[in-house]
Ligand binder design. Structure first.
Ligand SMILES: [Zn+2]
Length: 130
């Protein structure tokens, strides 16, 4: 997993509550959705009045959609440049929290996000203090 690069992106996200938990999709990946255009817009699958929107989200989701909302924030994930390989996005309110999430989840340096040596007291290869 060491070739995976940390990635943080600010923007608008569709936060979808599904049967497998919260899933985040960058809003610009899905394209224009009238029912989910602005931050705070929400849809529910019951009653199913937004069938078109739900159908457009479905290919991006692992679980079955229950509700979705537009949020603004910092998405964090690991991805392999040049490959399709990447982790799921998690969206946080600040860049600091996004860095912390990557550091905690993927054993990364809190300063530079390089992969730390967990066996060697979390030493950063670039020498940052932990
Ligand atoms: Zn470091």
């Amino acid at each position: 997993m060491s070739f995976m690069q940390p990635e943080i992106a600010h923007g608008k996200w569709i936060a979808a509550e599904t049967t497998v938990g919260t899933e985040y999709i960058p809003q610009d990946v899905v394209g224009k959705l009238e029912a989910l255009a602005n931050v705070g817009d929400e849809i529910n699958t019951d009653p199913p009045e937004h069938g078109d929107t739900i159908a457009k989200l479905r290919p991006y989701l692992e679980g079955d959609l229950q509700s979705a909302e537009v949020v603004e924030g910092f998405g964090a994930r690991l991805s392999a440049p040049g490959y399709m390989d990447c982790t799921d996005w998690t969206v946080l309110v600040s860049r600091e929290e996004a860095v912390e999430h990557l550091a905690d989840t993927y054993d990364r340096c809190r300063t530079c996000l390089a992969e730390v040596n967990v066996a060697d007291d979390w030493q950063c290869p670039k020498g940052c203090e932990q």
